[in-house]
Structures are given as C-alpha cells and as structure tokens.
Design a protein around this ligand. Structure first.
Ligand code: HEC
Ligand code: HEC
Length: 292
C-alpha cells in the first residue's frame, strides 16, 4: 500500500512539473510575441481619448496674464477685423471662421508660429483648411504693425484662457477708421453727402472683412457690391430688408456657399445705418460708372 501510493504519484510529479514549466515557457514566449502588438490596441480601447490641446491649456497651471497694452491693441483689431467671422467672443460663426476659444491649433502654436499664420492666412486649397472657406491674410486687413500682430495674438490667448486676460476698460469703438476710398464731391447735396460719409465709415467697420476695402469683393468671401446688378436693380427698402436678413449658404440664391450674415454680423447697425451704407454703395457704383 505504501508502495502503491508512493509509486503512482512519484513518476507523475516530474511529468506534471515539466508540463507546467513547458506551458509557462511557451505562454511567456507567446506573450512576448503578441504583447507589443496587443498592448497598444488594448490601450486604445480602454484609455481615455487624448485631451484636445485647448482643454489641456485650461486644466494646466495658467501662463502669466498677457500684457494689458497688448490686450488693448489686440481687442481693437479683433473686434474691428476678426469678429465678423470669429464672433466678438471668439466662439466662431457657423460657415465662416472657426472657434478661436476651442482652437487646438492656437493652443498648440507658439506666438512666432501664430504670427506667420496671420500673415499668410489659410487659403481654401491649403490641406489644413477644413471649412473650404479662406482665412484671409491679416484677416482681410492690408497689413498689421508688429504691435498689432503681437496684440491680436495675446488677445486670442486671453479669449482661449480667460485666466490670462487682464481686466480691460469698456470698449469704445474707434471714432474714425474709414479710409477714404472715394472722395465725396464738394458740390453734392450736403444732406446726401452726410449719409454717404456715414455709410463709408460703417462699411469700413462692418462689411470690409468680406466685401473688401473698395467693396469690390474678396475672393472666396463676399461678392462685388459695386458691380452688383442685384443691388443696382432693387429699391433702397428691398436692399435694407436684404441686408437685415442676410443670405445663408442654404438659400437657393446663394451662389458662393458662404454665409452673408444678417447685417454683416453686426446687430448694432440701425436701419438708418444700413441705409447710409446703401447710399455709399450706390455712390461708389455711380462714381465708378461715370469716372473711371
Ligand atoms: C472673412 C472671414 C475671416 C476673417 C475676417 C478672419 N478669419 Fe480667421 N478664419 C477664417 C476661416 C474661414 C478659418 C478656418 C479655415 C479652415 O478651415 O482652416 C479661420 C481660421 C482662423 C484661425 C485658426 C483656427 C483653427 O483652429 O484652425 C485663427 C487663429 C484665426 N482664423 C484668427 C483670425 C484673426 C486673428 C483674425 C483677425 C485679424 C481673423 N482670423 C479674421 C475666416 C476669417
Ligand atoms: C462675414 C462675411 C460678410 C460680411 C461681414 C458681409 N457680407 Fe455681404 N455677403 C457675403 C457673402 C458671402 C455674400 C454672397 C452670398 C451669395 O453667394 O449669394 C454677400 C452678399 C451681399 C449682397 C448681395 C450681393 C449680390 O450681388 O448678390 C449685399 C447687398 C451685401 N452682401 C451687403 C453687405 C453689407 C451692406 C454688409 C455690411 C453691413 C455685408 N454685406 C457684410 C458675406 C458678408
């Protein structure tokens, strides 16, 4: 009996043991082969998706506040030039400029890289362009001084991370930013000259970013308003109604697939303001057809 019990397990122990160690060995080898491939798949399936760069900015220790002078210069540029397409708070406008606040591009670019982006814009054909709408160089301005460039970048950093935005005094729009495109003749009826001058100023603030300084349109953005038959053949009242309503890309009359926002995106314009702009556009069309 003692022999029986000791005999039977005796040979089986080494066999079991060697089976187990063989198994462990092959399992380890298999693991060693598979793991490098399987681990990333497992990680990807179980790990949280990588955080967008703009969120990382907000969850980290804030960078130092931007200089108040830069923020002031930047706000001026942003509100007069960039807001038409990116909204005054930088949240973006559907079918126009993207959100600045949620921009991973901004969050991951240095100030130097941002400078070159603003100088060059991003044409619709650029592989980085996702909207197929151009971001015009300097946002459509003819240029920016180094202080303005630095300022608008600083201001966007503050829009993206409000912890970095210094307290700013209330915004007062510039009194006179209009660059005279056409001289208003001295012999014009003074009343009419007043409307045209006012329209020129308002146009420079609310319409230039898409329709261009001379109102002849911008490629890929707003149409030529000086040579517009649409405008030329409609009454002032109809033109007013049109500008107040705009023309979204879904409208059958929209040929560019770019949004013409109500009042050009500036809700502060009164009916009289829009009528002044229309007088100015009619004046441009008239002086061009007569003069040049
Ligand atoms: C006429 C419309 C328009 C104006 C004005 C404009 N932008 Fe843009 N902007 C765009 C469009 C459209 C895009 C997105 C292009 C694309 O699809 O990549 C864009 C993209 C950007 C981006 C990159 C966002 C991202 O996440 O890729 C930044 C930053 C930016 N604009 C800054 C500015 C600044 C600063 C100004 C003013 C100086 C300005 N823009 C004026 C239309 C405009
Ligand atoms: C953000 C860009 C943008 C701004 C700002 C803007 N427009 Fe436009 N506008 C457009 C686009 C795009 C069209 C052409 C839409 C289409 O394809 O029919 C357009 C078309 C027009 C037309 C019709 C032209 C035609 O021949 O069909 C008029 C008139 C007009 N805009 C007036 C204005 C006035 C006035 C302002 C300023 C108060 C203004 N727009 C500001 C983008 C803009």
């Amino acid at each position: 009996m003692a022999q029986n019990t000791s005999q039977t397990p005796a040979p089986s122990v080494p066999i079991l043991a060697s089976n187990a160690s063989e198994f462990a060995k092959s399992a380890l080898i298999a693991l060693a082969i598979v793991a490098p491939f399987a681990y990333p798949i497992w990680r990807a399936a179980t790990a949280e998706p990588p955080r967008p760069a703009h969120e990382i900015v907000l969850t980290g220790t804030p960078l130092p506040p931007v200089a108040i002078d830069d923020a002031l210069a930047g706000r001026e540029i942003f509100l007069t030039t960039c807001a038409a397409c990116h909204r005054s708070d930088g949240a973006g406008v559907p079918n126009l400029g993207k959100s600045i606040v949620r921009s991973d591009f901004l969050a991951s670019q240095t100030d130097v890289e941002m400078e070159s982006f603003i100088r060059n814009g991003r044409p619709a054909t650029d592989p980085m362009n996702t909207t197929r709408i151009p971001m015009p160089p300097f946002g459509g301005r003819s240029s920016m001084s180094p202080a303005e460039l630095r300022g608008v970048i600083a201001y966007m950093r503050g829009l993206q991370d409000p912890r970095r935005m210094p307290a700013l005094p209330a915004y007062a729009p510039p009194a006179d930013t209009a660059v005279a495109v056409a001289e208003i003749p001295k012999d014009l009826d003074p009343e009419e000259a007043k409307y045209i001058a006012s329209g020129q100023k308002l146009f420079a603030n609310s319409c230039v970013s898409c329709h261009g300084k001379d109102a002849h349109g911008m490629p890929g953005l707003g149409k030529d308003l000086v040579k517009s038959d649409f405008l030329a053949t409609m009454s002032d009242d109809d033109a007013l109604a049109f500008v107040k309503k705009g023309r979204p890309p879904g409208d059958p009359l929209n040929t560019t697939k770019v949004d013409m926002p109500p009042k050009g995106g500036n809700p502060a314009l009164s009916d009289d303001d829009v009528l002044d702009i229309i007088s100015y556009l009619r004046f441009l069309a008239k002086s061009e057809s007569q003069g040049k």
